[in-house]
Design a protein around this ligand. Structure first.
Ligand code: M6R
Length: 553
């Protein structure tokens, strides 16, 4: 969460910073800011709201300077106001930060006692004051940053800009991602390679604890102990083209419609269509037969995808599977056997809780397989085996048109078996983009509590392909109908025929093998959420309070 960028450029950098921030807006979009060096002096522009507010501000009040840093924020400490927007600065240093400084209170109190004046409610501002205090004691910028990093607890990617230093920028990484971009007599820092794609495809990724001193022609990396270290320089495949919406009104609509193609690509990658067998990576560093128990960890939608995988592994491979949301898994001290397998699922590959579970499994000497959409991400890089999904960049953070659930205050989603995760996903999607309260339940669980909510104002969306549990789900629909609930049934032709109760609307999908229903039935629930939100007029691609990449706990 939060996107950061730094540019040591050949010409004015303000426009380039905005361009890079546009690509990072998926990480947060409640406020934004940039700082440059204008004739050696630090100068800042910050604005509340989405990036376009900052761009408009810069049109009226341009910023000169060939070196600068930028930030797009997802608020953790302090409301999304201009004062709390990054960069935070003193007269000596400006800093942008992605992450959380956990010990900021004690640091802030100490700095205030020493006379520092704070202008924001953020955790980040302590970093600017700490570096300044170290420099006032005579330390060079690099030594001041090194001394500051030792005092910070928490997660961070940081970029520093110093007054009077037109050929110097420092970056540091612990927990949150940070990449160096190499140009010709130019150097860049960014939260990811996509941000830097218009400027360079030559990238190296800092490891946890690394920090780097950049000039336009050099990058000197040190590890947490201060030892000089080299990190591999790789060619990034991130596209320089700004991802666009095509003919769609929203990225979410485009991404829903892209699914047949990208799911097809991904399946083609893992299935040998001619040999009719699964084509897993050849060099697996473990033997499936030696795995006694499989653990799956993920957050949000990725967790629901993992839940589908649990049903499949248990049903088809007869393999015991434990699955938990990553923020619980990492702290509950689950006993894990050495040599077993942990599967981490993450679109971004940067989700802090999922990464922490990966590391927990690593400590327990487990094999790690990750399913990620960004193959250069930290989770991918720290896994033994990576199975990329080939979905392409996802930009949108999350009814059939004018659906009956519009404006309903509460909606229930029900499903059994692999349709249960789809019910959970439907409820999540509706909540996050339309702000309508929705809950997903295993249909059999309805009578254990949620049935109390049912009345004629509650739409109940039932995901029920005609499968071995269909009849059981029909019984649950009877229970809903008997209490006046309005049923919206998502099923197939046989299900539509056999469902013996009247639904308000029946969405009939084509017949398909039961193994693929979770993939296909995800689409109508996404469409329901999309059209509901579009009809209400919420910001579908950038819903309030959310960010695409969640790199804090
Ligand atoms: O990048 P990840 O897949 O690890 O992200 C996990 C969740 O943050 C994500 O799925 C979130 O729930 C989405 N907003 C759901 O649409």
């Amino acid at each position: 969460m939060c996107g950061i960028v730094g540019i040591l450029g050949k010409g004015p950098v303000a426009g380039q910073l905005i361009d890079a921030l546009k690509r990072l807006e998926y990480r947060g979009y409640d406020s934004a800011g940039i700082a440059t060096l204008d004739h050696g002096q630090l100068a800042r522009r910050r604005a509340e709201g989405k990036l376009q507010a900052l761009a408009a501000r810069l049109e009226k009040e341009p910023l000169a300077g060939n070196i600068g840093i930028g930030h797009t924020r997802w608020a953790t400490h302090g409301r999304p106001t201009e004062n709390n927007a990054h960069p935070h600065a003193t007269d000596r240093v400006a800093v942008v930060h992605n992450g959380i400084i956990e010990n900021f209170r004690e640091l802030r109190e100490r700095l205030i006692a020493q006379g520092a004046k704070f202008g924001s409610e953020t955790d980040t501002e302590v970093v600017a004051h700490l570096v300044t205090a170290e420099m006032k004691q005579g330390k060079s910028p690099a030594d001041a940053v090194a001394a500051t990093l030792k005092q910070l607890r928490g997660a961070f990617a940081l970029a520093f800009l110093f007054a009077g230093e037109d050929d110097l920028m420092i970056g540091a990484r612990k927990g949150s991602p940070l990449a160096i971009g190499y140009g010709k007599d130019e150097m860049f820092l960014g939260s990811d390679a996509i941000a830097l794609a218009p400027f360079t495809d030559t990238i190296s990724y800092l490891e946890d604890g690394d920090w780097v001193v950049l000039t336009r022609t050099s990058a000197a990396i040190r590890d947490e102990q201060g030892a000089k270290i080299e990190r591999a320089i790789v060619k990034s495949t991130a596209t320089a083209q700004m991802v666009d919406k095509g003919n769609h009104k929203h990225f979410m609509a485009k991404e829903i419609h892209e699914q047949p193609e990208v799911v097809g690509h991904t399946l083609a990658h893992y299935i040998d269509m001619i040999g009719e067998k699964v084509a897993l990576p050849e060099e697996l560093p473990f033997d499936w037969r030696a795995i006694k128990r499989l653990s799956i960890s993920a957050c949000g939608t990725a967790f629901y995808a993992g839940l589908v995988a649990k049903y499949w592994f248990e049903r088809f491979a007869k393999m015991p599977v434990e699955i938990d949301i990553a923020s619980e898994f990492r702290y509950r001290g689950a006993p894990l056997e050495a040599g077993d397998l942990m599967i981490c699922i993450s679109q971004s590959g940067e989700t802090a809780d999922t990464l922490a579970t990966l590391r927990y499994a690593r400590e327990h000497k487990q094999h790690i397989l990750s399913v990620v959409n960004v193959s250069t991400s930290t989770i991918a890089r720290e896994s033994d085996v990576v199975m990329p999904t080939l979905a392409g960049p996802e930009i949108g953070v999350a009814s059939t048109k004018a659906f009956t659930c519009q404006k309903a205050r509460d909606v229930l989603y029900l499903g059994r078996g692999t349709s249960f995760p789809i019910a959970l996903e439907g409820a999540l999607k509706l909540k996050e983009i339309s702000y309508i309260h929705a809950e997903g339940y295993a249909a059999g669980e309805l009578k254990h509590g949620p049935i109390a909510l049912i009345d004629e104002n509650i739409p109940v969306i039932v995901i029920a392909p005609y499968d071995r549990v269909f009849e059981k789900t029909v019984s649950n629909m009877q229970e809903v109908a008997a209490r006046g609930g309005k049923i919206i049934l998502v099923t197939d032709p046989k299900g539509a025929k056999e469902a013996t109760i009247e639904s308000l609307v029946t969405l009939t999908l084509p017949d398909m093998a039961s193994t693929v229903t979770p993939l296909v039935y995800a689409l109508p629930v996404q469409m329901i959420a999309y059209h509901t939100a579009a009809a209400i007029g919420t910001d579908v691609d950038q819903p309030r309070n959310l960010a695409k990449s969640v790199t804090v706990e």
